[in-house]
Design a protein around this ligand. Structure first.
Ligand code: TRP
Ligand code: ZN
Length: 893
């Protein structure tokens, strides 16, 4: 904890120095006991010949440790030989090479931060990224110190029969007094953030995978015995991911065993520890009865993500934490491509872009904005952000698109080959891509060093006589905390031109005609200057430009599309992303009219539906050639979060009222085709989790949502029937959500009964209970804060479990804007109270919860004042964690 008068200091990238010491070998002996766990660490250390400082003291990182003894080369040190403070152990006099033995005691059972070694429902497990290892023993806790690890674990055999760590099991057996031990050796050098150990009562499923070169790998997934029936999907996903990485990147697995352990208390989704991934149960467990389609897809994506880290993160790791996006951006790109190959590419792209434009753009425009390679941080845990992950992935995607598939693969081969076993930087990654392709990526690197979302303003001109069409594109990036005046970015803008009978062939003026594919209707314009013009020749009619196809760059686009333009793009452009985006832009314009009317004091009760939007939606529903998943995505109105991000000043209540008015009118107008879709669906067919089945369910449940806005008794019955008869959690939750959120005045009893019955049925499945909490926490009906307070008192709520906190507190503050922003500020007070409660208990979660308050400058003046006051109350707290201090102080700066 940082005392208020000793404010925590920022760490800067420019201060990076190579480590003064290297650790060649690490032997850990961990003796687990109920009261004190003893860790004996034996390190083979030597001075780093590359360090300029050959006479410095040895300074090891450590936190919350009770030091028992220190010895060098077998000789115990006396207290005057070393110095201990809250963050380090310093030994002044050390030889050039030596063996250091440090004994410390720790109390994992009291560790509520879920960082370091802790207990989750009796199970011992670790989370060391980014800086948790220092809470296990004194160490050089930095990713550029890589060591071979041998880990001996000792525990009670009855309570902790399974003992796991990285690498291969090399020894084990029984000891006196119900005790036993296991010894694991990891042949691959690794930084300590990839260390893991687990001890507990676990069951597992087992499978095997034979790599292309013939290595047989044992695969094991460990879970609590009650969850053994929910592991098959994760195992299948793992095998698909292993095959995909061989086929697409030429990367094989490199140990004889790969293990996954699922734990219930976990700060994030999962962790890529070498050979021993540790997962939040929410990202492993899946079966149709308990898990939604989105849940199945999440398991597949996260299993793949962590597996892919074995190369992009573990074999080639980060030099320092400023390089975090080196592994995270690249790995998110890899898992997104994997998911695209497993399911629908366009749907995956639309989902990712939606999230990016709603949440990452907001981050990039707020007080926590940072480049994907930040220059400074106070607490690195605060930088596991949408910017590092999702924007980082967009930047890798741009490189992949600029290079094309062959050269990108050549670049990734070179990167892995050149840097295998090293800890490197994002510059090294870009250099490998540039060297392999011969492309100059110097200007492109501004994407790594400059924060903020560039805005592209596009104007066009059509010269009918010359048959020339000119696009003028200007780029501008607003200032962010680290930089006021941005250098122009290198931006790939994928475009097409839509004519009356489809996409037109493209010929850029001054470029030699493409004779191989003369009907080419797609091209990528590369923007490198503040303003550029691109002229197409042989354009026989005035086209509608299809801009930023596939969302070719993470930018905002300004082009004055008319509603007619948008309707044409929606129905006729070749690019699925552009078609979807046009539907969202059209809806945004229509909702924008309703927002203005609401702000002008109009009653939106009878708001007339925009005819063009209605017709566009009718066409979508009438076109059976379309992918039902795309129809569902295009019929779903932009979220309140996205609409807020579009607004100059966010008027939460106007956005909510306007979106609702349009949604209700659309539901009425489309009732007939929606009912047809709903009744055509066969609810008795067995559940399948493939893309086609998911698409049909999505569209059918979207129809249900619209039909349940103002349901009559028959409609309520139909919804209840789906709830009762459903053979899968997707349909069950869709029905429950539709029922809970409907505005029928006589449905209160039905709602209460449905929620109660659901809880009774699923109370022994914590992940399902989380969904039950979430449905209620995000319900936009009035009284949301009171409902949340009641949920916090529910016996199934656990104020220490991050998944529970996420499904009630975070779900409410992020996913229920109209209730969180209730006008008296009570929502803000509630969030500030929760942050202060969690500040000491779990600082990482506390800081993460703060996100909605950090956006305070975006709201109406009255709300700004109340949000700011909540932040100021937090800042006034005397013992703020670094995590919370950094977010609050930057938000108020
Ligand atoms: N590296 C993990 C990933 O795959 C992220 C992660 C898991 C993490 N647990 C954490 C980061 C705890 C910080 C703290 O994305
Ligand atoms: Zn990751």
């Amino acid at each position: 904890m940082a005392a208020r008068d000793a404010q925590p200091k920022a760490i800067h990238l420019k201060d990076y120095r190579v480590p003064d010491f290297l650790i060649e070998h690490t032997h850990l002996d961990v003796v687990l006991n109920d009261e004190w766990t003893r860790v004996t660490s034996t390190l083979k250390l030597r001075r780093n010949p590359e360090s300029e400082r050959q006479d410095t003291s040895l300074v090891l990182d450590g936190a919350e440790l009770r030091l028992v003894s220190v010895a060098i080369d077998g000789k115990p040190l006396s207290e005057s030989d070393y110095r201990v403070d809250a963050e380090s152990l310093t030994i002044a006099d050390v030889p050039p090479a030596f063996e250091l033995q440090v004994v410390t005691d720790i109390q994992p059972q009291k560790n509520t931060s879920l960082d370091g070694l802790y207990r989750s429902r009796g199970l011992y497990c670790t989370q060391c990224e980014a800086e948790g290892f220092r809470k296990i023993t004194y160490y050089l806790d930095r990713p550029d110190v890589m060591s071979e690890f041998v880990t001996r674990i000792e525990a009670n055999k009855d309570t902790h029969p399974v003992l796991l760590s990285n690498g291969n099991l090399i020894d084990g057996g029984d000891l006196a007094g119900d005790r036993h031990f296991a010894v694991w050796q990891d042949p691959h050098k690794k930084p300590c953030y990839l260390f893991a150990m687990v001890a507990g009562q676990l069951s597992h499923i087992e499978d095997k995978f034979v790599t292309t070169s013939g290595r047989e790998v044992t695969l094991k997934i460990f879970v609590e015995p009650k969850d053994l029936d929910k592991c098959d999907h994760a195992m299948d996903s793992l095998k698909r991911a292993m095959r995909w990485d061989e086929e697409v990147y030429g990367r094989e697995y490199d140990l004889d065993i790969f293990m996954i352990v699922a734990v219930d208390d976990f700060n994030m989704g999962a962790m890529e520890n070498k050979g021993l991934n540790i997962f939040n149960t929410s990202c492993i467990l899946a079966k149709p009865e308990t898990t939604t389609d989105a849940g199945f897809q999440r398991v597949e994506a996260v299993v793949a993500h962590e597996y892919f880290h074995n190369w992009s993160g573990n074999r080639v790791t980060c030099r320092d934490w400023f390089q975090l996006s080196l592994k995270e951006g690249f790995t998110v790109f890899r898992d997104a491509e994997f998911s695209s190959d497993m399911g629908s590419r366009t749907v995956k792209r639309v989902e990712d872009v939606s999230m990016l434009r709603t949440a990452q753009f907001a981050e990039d425009g707020g007080p926590m904005a940072h480049p994907i390679r930040p220059d400074a941080y106070i607490e690195i845990s605060n930088f596991y952000t949408l910017t590092i992950y999702e924007k980082g992935a967009e930047v890798v995607r741009m490189i992949a698109n600029l290079l094309g598939p062959e050269l990108f693969r050549k670049g990734s081969d070179l990167y892995f080959e050149r840097h295998d076993g090293q800890a490197v930087t994002t510059d090294d990654f870009v250099a490998a891509m540039a060297d392999a392709s011969g492309r100059d990526l110097t200007q492109f690197k501004h994407w790594y060093s400059q924060a903020g979302t560039p805005v592209l303003t596009v104007t066009d001109q059509y010269d009918a006589d010359a048959q020339e069409y000119t696009l003028e594109i200007a780029q501008y990036c607003p200032p962010t905390p680290e930089c006021k005046h941005k250098k122009p970015f290198h931006i790939p803008v994928a475009v097409g031109l839509l004519g009356s009978a489809g996409n037109l062939p493209l010929q850029l003026k001054g470029e030699t005609p493409n004779t191989e594919t003369p009907d080419n209707t797609h091209t990528v314009l590369e923007l490198t200057e503040a303003k550029q013009r691109f002229t197409f020749t042989g354009v026989k009619e005035k086209p509608v430009p299809a801009l930023l196809r596939g969302f070719s760059a993470p930018v905002k686009l300004r082009y004055p599309y008319t509603r007619d333009d948008l309707m044409r793009l929606m129905s006729a452009d070749d690019d699925g992303f552009v078609r979807w985006d046009a539907s969202q832009q059209l809806a945004t314009l229509v909702i924008g009219d309703a927002i203005k009317a609401y702000q002008g004091g109009e009653d939106l009760g009878q708001w007339p539906l925009d005819e063009q939007l209605a017709v566009a939606c009718e066409q979508l529903l009438g076109d059976s050639s379309l992918d039902p998943a795309m129809v569902a995505l295009m019929l779903a109105l932009p979220s309140e979060g996205y609409l807020a991000e579009q607004a100059e000043v966010v008027d939460v209540h106007a956005i909510h009222a306007a979106r609702n008015a349009v949604r209700r009118a659309l539901g009425k107008r489309l009732a007939q085709p929606l009912r047809a879709i709903y009744s055509a669906y066969d609810h008795s067919k067995p559940y399948e989790a493939n893309a086609e089945a998911i698409a049909q369910r999505t569209l059918k449940n979207l129809a249900l949502g619209y039909l349940m806005i103002d349901p009559d008794a028959a409609q309520l019955d139909a919804c209840e029937q789906q709830l009762r008869d459903s053979n899968n959690m997707t349909d069950t939750l869709a029905a429950l959500t539709a029922l809970v959120n409907c505005r029928a005045h006589d449905a209160e009893d039905r709602k209460r009964d449905a929620l109660e019955a659901f809880y009774q049925q699923w109370q022994d499945e914590p992940l399902v209970v989380n969904d039950w909490f979430r449905v209620q926490s995000v319900s936009p009906l009035p009284g949301g804060l009171e409902r949340v307070h009641a949920l916090l008192k529910h016996p199934a709520y656990d104020p220490k479990n991050p998944n529970k906190i996420r499904s009630v507190v975070a779900a409410f503050t992020n996913g229920n804007p109209v209730n969180f922003h209730q006008k008296d500020g009570a929502g803000y007070t509630f969030l500030a109270d929760e942050v202060l409660r969690l500040n000491k208990q779990n600082p990482q979660i506390a800081a993460r919860l703060l996100t909605p308050l950090t956006k305070w400058r975006r709201y109406l003046p009255e709300q700004q004042a109340l949000m700011k006051a909540a932040l100021e109350r937090i800042l006034a707290e005397p013992e703020l964690s670094k995590d919370v201090y950094e977010v609050v102080s930057k938000s108020l700066a």
